[in-house]
Design a binder for this molecule. Structure first.
Ligand SMILES: Nc1ncnc2c1ncn2[C@@H]1O[C@H](COP(=O)(O)OP(=O)(O)OP(=O)(O)O)[C@@H](O)[C@H]1O
Ligand SMILES: [Mg+2]
Length: 211
């Protein structure tokens, strides 16, 4: 479904991504791991069209999306929950959700579904975005992305605020949720493998994940 090939990216003169390649198949859950500053967020920003690959190729469902702006990547069915979440502070929970909802024939996610997934959001539906805890904001950002009914959901630090803020926890969540993992180090893929391959490799975990 998604293929990223030899992705390079810069902030000014700083060459941050140095040839990231990865694939995600239909129905697969894949995680991107790595220490602070390894290039995880930058890879996601390039995928979403916020940063231009220089060079690099990004294909989504057979279509080259490397030069598309974010709103067009989103419209093709890539949902994004950014690290800073992007909740509208002056809108209520319900307004944050309904402003995003995109119904239509293939709309498996409704307001009712996301309230069922996150009952806390229904209880807080009349609170404004700036009257929510960090974890509630994270739920709201995920719920809003689901209401766009994406084919691919991209989450940056999804367990932040939902689970204790320690690296070990985040890695555990990734192991529980994803089938396959890419470990980034210094802007390139240092390791790729299934959960069992990483879990059983103490050296790898120590060297790249700092756990
Ligand atoms: N706007 C920016 N301008 C310049 N350098 C940046 C900018 N954003 C990130 N960087 C640098 O790019 C590198 C990769 O950062 P990135 O945010 O992709 O890392 P990350 O893997 O998401 O880290 P974290 O786990 O801390 O979120 C780091 O060296 C970082 O300092
Ligand atoms: Mg990051």
């Amino acid at each position: 479904m998604l293929s990223i090939e030899n992705l390079h990216a810069y902030y000014g003169l700083s060459h941050v991504l140095q040839g990231v390649s990865l694939t995600i198949g239909e129905g697969e859950a894949v995680s991107l791991l790595g220490r602070n500053g390894a290039g995880k967020t930058t890879t996601l920003l390039a995928l979403m069209g916020y940063l231009r690959p220089r060079p690099g190729k990004i294909e989504f469902r057979g279509r080259d999306i490397s030069r598309l702006p974010p709103y067009r990547v989103s419209r093709l069915g890539v949902g994004f929950v950014p690290q800073e979440r992007g909740v509208f502070p002056s809108l209520t929970v319900r307004e944050n959700l309904t402003v995003a909802a995109r119904g239509g024939a293939r709309a498996p996610w409704t307001l009712k579904d996301v309230y069922k997934l996150f009952p806390r959001l229904e209880e807080r539906r009349d609170n404004r975005g700036n009257q929510l805890s960090g974890g509630e904001q994270q739920m709201l950002a995920i719920a809003r992305a689901l209401l766009l009914n994406p084919r691919l959901l991209v989450l940056d630090e999804p367990s932040e605020g939902l689970a204790p803020l320690i690296v070990e926890q985040n890695v555990k969540v990734a192991f529980d949720v994803a089938d396959r993992h890419y470990i980034l180090a210094k802007g390139a893929v240092a390791f790729e493998g299934a959960t069992a391959d990483i879990r059983s490799n103490d050296q790898l975990v120590k060297q790249y994940l700092g756990v």
